[in-house]
Design a protein around this ligand. Sequence first.
Ligand code: AHN
Ligand code: ZN
Length: 347
Amino acid sequence: MVNPYNKYLKTAPMTFKKIQIMVILLSVPLLWNGCKNDPKNAEDSQESDANKKQIVVPQFNADSAYQFIKKQVDFGPRVPNTEAHVQAANYLTKTLQRFKANVLVQEFQQRAYNGTVLNGKNIIGQYNPQAKKRVLLASHWDSRPYADHDANEANHHTPIDGANDGASGVGVLLEMARLMAESASTVGVDIVFFDLEDYGIPAFENESDNFSWALGSQYWAKNPLPMGYSANYGILLDMVGASDATFKMEHYSMFYAPEIVRKVWRQAGILGYGSAFIMEDGGMVMDDHIPVNEFMKIPMIDIIHYDQSTESGFFPHWHTITDNIEQIDKTTLLMVGETVMHVVYNE
Ligand code: AHN
Ligand code: ZN
C-alpha cells in the first residue's frame, strides 16, 4: 500500500520527532492559522470596487518564460563548482542587467553536508530601489547534484537538469523582470536568485539534516545584500512549471505570513486559477523562505508544487533525471506568473 503521508513534507506521524526537533530549532510553535473568522479578510472583501485604483498589469508571456527556462537548462546541470554553474550565473546576471535591474552579486562559500566547499553566488536584481514599500521575489537557481529519488538506483549520483526544480521559478521571475523594465510597478521589487539550495543531504545517506539545504538563502539572510535590506513581504517560487501543478497553503508560510498566502491565493482565484491554487493544507516544507523569515524577519511565503499522491509530496519527477524541459508546461507558468504580477502591480 502507498503511504498516504510523505517523508519530505514532514507531515507523517512517523516523523513527529523530526518535526519537534525542527520546531525547537526554529522556535516556532506549530500552528495552523485557519482562514475563517479573520477580521482582515472581512475588511478586504468590504473594500468597494470604486475605491480601487485602475491598474494596468502587463501581460505575462508564458512563451517568453519558457525560453528563459530552456536557456538555463541548456547550460547543463547548474551544479555548484561546475562550468555550467558559472555560465548560468553569468547569464542570469547579464539578463537582469539587460532588463534594467540594479544588479548585485553576492559571492560566498559554504561547506556542504559532506565537507565540500561550495562556491556560491546569490544574484539580486532591484527595481525602483528608492521606493520604501518593497516586495521580495525569489527562487533558487542551482540544480541538484543527485537524482537521488530516481526509480533507477544507477541514476542516484547523476546531476539533474532541474527544469522545474530551480529553472522554472527563475524563468517566471526573468519574465517579470522583462515586463518591469518596460513598465515599472509602483512598489519596489527585489528579485533574488538564491544559490546552493539543492545540495542537501541525499536520500542514499540515510540521514537527514534540514540545515544542509538552502545554504544560499541562509547566507544571504545572515549577510543581507544590500546591507540592512528589508521588504514588506516576500514570495518564493519553487517548482512552478510542471503540468497539472497544484499549489497548497504551506505551513511555514501560513505561520509567518498568513495574510500574504491569502492575498496570493485570492488573486489566483480572481484570475480563474483556483483549481491550481487550492486553499488547503500544503504540508511543511524546508525551503529558502525559512531563513528569510527567521533571520531577516521578512514575512515570506512559498509557492511550491504540492502533490499528496507522490511519495515525496512534490511533483512526480522531483529529484529524478526526468526533471527536464519536457516537464515544463506553459499553462502552469502563466497561472503562476500572472498571479504574482497581479499581486505586485496591485500594491
Ligand atoms: C527538503 O527536502 C528538506 N526540502 C526540500 C526543498 C527543496 C528541494 N525544494 C526544491 N528542492
Ligand atoms: Zn530540489
